[in-house]
Design a protein around this ligand. Structure first.
Ligand SMILES: NC(=O)c1ccc[n+]([C@@H]2O[C@H](COP(=O)([O-])OP(=O)(O)OC[C@H]3O[C@@H](n4cnc5c(N)ncnc54)[C@H](O)[C@@H]3O)[C@@H](O)[C@H]2O)c1
Length: 81
C-alpha cells in the first residue's frame, strides 16, 4: 500500500470482521502499526484462535458470530422474518 492509503486510517477507528483469521490478523497487524485510533475485531473463533490476534493496546476483541447480531428492532440480520 502506498503512503496515501496508509494515511486514510490516521485517527480512525477500524472494524475488522474475521480479524482472528489468517487474512484478518495480518490486516490488524498492519493497521495497528499505522496511526489508527482503535481497531475492533469481531470474530467467533470458529476457524481461528484468540492467540492469533496481535497484542496491541489499540486492538479490542469481541467474540461474536455475525449472525447473532441484531438489528435495532431486535431481529437477526440472517433471519429477518
Ligand atoms: N497467512 C496469510 O496471511 C494468508 C493470506 C491469504 C490467504 N491465506 C489462506 O487463505 C485462507 C482463508 O483465509 P481467511 O482469513 O479468509 O479465513 P480464516 O478462516 O483464516 O479467517 C476467517 C475468520 O472469520 C471468522 N468467522 C467465520 N465466520 C464467522 C462468523 N459468522 N462470525 C464471526 N466470525 C466468523 C473465523 O473464526 C476466522 O477467524 C486461510 O486458511 C489461509 O490458508 C492466508
Amino acid at each position: 500500500m502506498n503512503k496515501e492509503v496508509f494515511r486514510a486510517f490516521d485517527g480512525k477507528t477500524v472494524l475488522v470482521t474475521g480479524g482472528a483469521g489468517a487474512i484478518g490478523s495480518n490486516l490488524v497487524k498492519t493497521l495497528s502499526q499505522l496511526e489508527t485510533k482503535k481497531i475492533i475485531i469481531l470474530d467467533d473463533l470458529s476457524s481461528s484462535y484468540e492467540w492469533n490476534i496481535p497484542i496491541n493496546p489499540k486492538v479490542a476483541f469481541i467474540k461474536v458470530a455475525f449472525w447473532t447480531m441484531k438489528n435495532s428492532n431486535g431481529r437477526s440480520k440472517k433471519n429477518p422474518k
